[in-house]
Design a protein around this ligand. Structure first.
Ligand SMILES: [Zn+2]
Length: 169
């Protein structure tokens, strides 16, 4: 049984409903949204419209829509930022580093000298990824780095508009 993180209200449902400025693109099954924590400038996530937690919960249509949306925004990120690479990843359960119980697929333009605190490079060992069983996510151990990469609404809006302008037609 995969243990899910606890977050109420769900920040991704709130973003979809009330923080429309975070949305880069939307489709029938997915939304592409900016990540408020810009470990890399331009990093974003493709989320499902439905509040479902993990890959295991997705319908066939959602599976297809997620990867199509991820490819579209990856194309825009390449045009916008000329990154050295595009990292995609997706966490299922607290022991994989999932922090919000709403499916999200990360699409990240990687640049030299980035400042990752959490994410695949830091999940090389299981102990590094794991949380205490039964506890909600408590990110205080990584608080400083998170603080540093928390972007303002103004900067996020500018980033959203820039990426959106480079989406394929
Ligand atoms: Zn949600």
């Amino acid at each position: 049984m995969i243990e899910l993180p606890i977050r109420e209200p769900c920040d991704l449902c709130v973003a979809a409903r009330e923080e429309r400025w975070k949305i880069i693109e939307e489709g029938e099954h997915t939304l592409t949204v900016i990540n408020p924590r810009q470990f890399e400038v331009g990093q974003c996530c493709v989320i499902t419209r439905r509040h479902v937690a993990t890959l295991l919960d997705l319908s066939q249509q959602e599976c297809e829509a997620v990867l199509i949306s991820a490819k579209r925004v990856a194309q825009a990120l390449v045009l916008t930022y000329r990154p050295l690479g595009i990292l995609t990843f997706q966490n299922n359960g607290v022991y994989s580093g999932q922090e919000t119980p709403h499916f999200h697929f990360h699409v990240v333009p990687r640049q030299r000298g980035s400042d990752w605190g959490v994410g695949p490079p830091q999940l090389a060992t299981f102990d590094g990824a794991g949380r205490e069983r039964g506890s909600s996510h408590e990110p205080s151990g990584d608080a400083q780095r998170r603080e540093r990469v928390q972007a303002s609404a103004k900067r996020l809006t500018e980033t959203v508009n820039l990426i959106r302008s480079n989406l394929p037609g």
